[in-house]
Design a protein around this ligand. Structure first.
Ligand code: SF4
Ligand code: SF4
Length: 441
């Protein structure tokens, strides 16, 4: 095994990626030079509380990861973003943060206060250039679980476990660690099973996650949690529509009221995102594809326009998704011409989580997801080779090999963007494909 001699090398070798959703390799961030290091503990997806539990239970490790990242990047200031309502997590983190000269940034209970653009603005007053990244204004943002993983990688321990919440229509909502590659079937069972026999699972959140019905699907390094809902729940019916239906309904029913734009957090921050204009393009052609326009390019897919703002229950977020996809494949890149300027109404149009839960019809499922140290080992794990941004990892094991937990099983080339993947349980390699590696314990 390569013996990394700096934090960045260790993070690549030991598989640390953004645990908050995007899976961007953390070694790239550790290798940059910035002024501010930001910890993102905002966690604003309704019903998910795993970051809250992690900060409460593992504050020392989390802050240690932050200090390591500050030292690696030369950041002169650390800021820890956390919701004001999460007093237990604040009480746990604050003493460690203060000792390390890290400032607490207390956030309101709004959606999406954890959006990177939003958090950077709240914490530093700086606006990321349109279509840009925090690095361009001297900032790096890391999810709190990523920082926890940085702490252990520095000690030579790879990422093989994932912290997640399981919430919604299960008997015992809770948070725990499971090996990466654990099937959803096991995760649901660990929460006492689903309340209804027919259910769907929102993976990593209702607002920005994906809807899944496959219990053989597995946990990856970026799975934030599972939200189980009965199959006849409003959100499942809403999300489980073919794209043609979404387009057809949008074409006939959008009255251009522009509420979707007026509530859009990116628009309110000053970026040229206007979902109602993207919806307008649906009216021109059968699919809208020929006329997708620039107004979708800077959308962060937060889902607020579709799931909260639109009074007609239409799909402006999904129209933006298509617009971005089509423009990308046509090689069109939108460049914002106007300077980014915060909308004067921004502060008055914030969406409280309580209102959002009501609109989503999930109030009855809001519950604590207390941490439980379950020490679970599944019979089998399936490790996806592409569970991070960049190039997929290439297997370095063959069917029939025996591996121990923490052994590297797939690697990414030295100059490729990506990180290595490690065995999350000990056992025999039962399958190696170009998509995944399976290990039976
Ligand atoms: S809020 Fe709905 S109806 Fe109004 S413009 Fe947007 S998509 Fe159309
Ligand atoms: S999903 Fe909708 S509300 Fe969210 S950034 Fe995109 S356009 Fe704006």
């Amino acid at each position: 095994m390569l013996a990394p001699n700096n934090l960045s090398g260790k993070l690549k070798e030991l598989g640390v990626v953004g645990a908050g959703g995007a899976g961007f390799p953390t070694y790239v961030k550790a290798n940059s030079k910035v002024e501010y290091m930001l910890a993102n503990g905002a966690e604003c997806e309704p019903l998910l509380h795993k970051d809250f539990e992690l900060m409460k239970r593992f504050p020392e490790e989390t802050v240690s990861g932050m200090r390591l990242m500050m030292a690696s990047t030369g950041a002169r200031q650390g800021k820890f973003g956390i919701k004001e309502k999460n007093t237990e997590a604040i009480r746990a983190i604050e003493p460690h943060a203060k000792a390390g000269g890290i400032e607490m940034v207390l956030l309101g209970d709004f959606y999406p206060s954890g959006d990177e653009y939003e958090l950077v603005y709240t914490a530093t007053g700086r606006l990321i250039p349109a279509g840009g990244i925090p690095l361009q204004i001297g900032c790096v943002v890391n999810n709190v679980e990523t920082l926890y993983n940085v702490h252990f990688a520095e000690q030579g321990i790879p990422v093989t476990q994932k912290f997640l919440s399981i919430a919604g229509a299960v008997h015992h909502p809770k948070s725990f660690w499971v090996p990466v590659g654990t099937p959803f079937r096991d995760v649901v069972r660990l929460a006492g099973g689903a309340v209804d026999s027919d259910f769907g699972i929102f993976v990593s959140g209702i607002m920005m996650g994906t809807l899944c019905f496959d219990l053989d699907e597995v946990v990856t390094k970026t799975t934030g949690g599972l939200i189980v809902l009965p199959k006849n729940h409003y959100l499942i019916t809403r999300k489980n529509q073919p794209q043609e239906n979404m387009n057809r309904i949008g074409k006939s029913a959008c009255d251009q009221c522009s509420y979707c734009t007026e509530f859009c957090p990116r628009y309110l921050l000053g970026y040229e995102v206007q979902p109602h204009k993207v919806m307008r393009s649906l009216g021109f052609t059968s699919t809208g594809a020929e006329h997708w326009n620039q107004w979708s390019e800077l959308c962060c897919a937060c889902g607020l326009c579709t799931l909260y703002a639109c009074p007609e229950d239409l799909y402006p977020k999904e129209a933006c998704d298509q617009g971005k996809r089509d423009m990308r494949s046509a090689g069109i890149k939108f460049v914002q011409q106007k300077p980014v300027r915060v909308h004067p109404m921004k502060e008055y149009r914030r969406v409280p989580l309580s209102m959002l839960r009501k609109r989503l019809k999930v109030e009855e499922y809001e519950a604590e997801t207390p941490f439980e140290n379950i020490g679970f080992t599944p019979e089998q794990v399936r490790l996806k080779l592409s569970q991070h941004a960049g190039s997929p990892a290439a297997p370095v094991v063959r069917q029939g090999d025996r591996v121990s937990r923490n052994d590297p099983v797939a690697r990414v080339g030295k100059d490729e963007l990506g990180v290595n993947i490690h065995a999350s349980i000990s056992g025999e390699i039962t399958s190696v494909t170009d998509k995944y590696i399976e290990i039976r314990g």
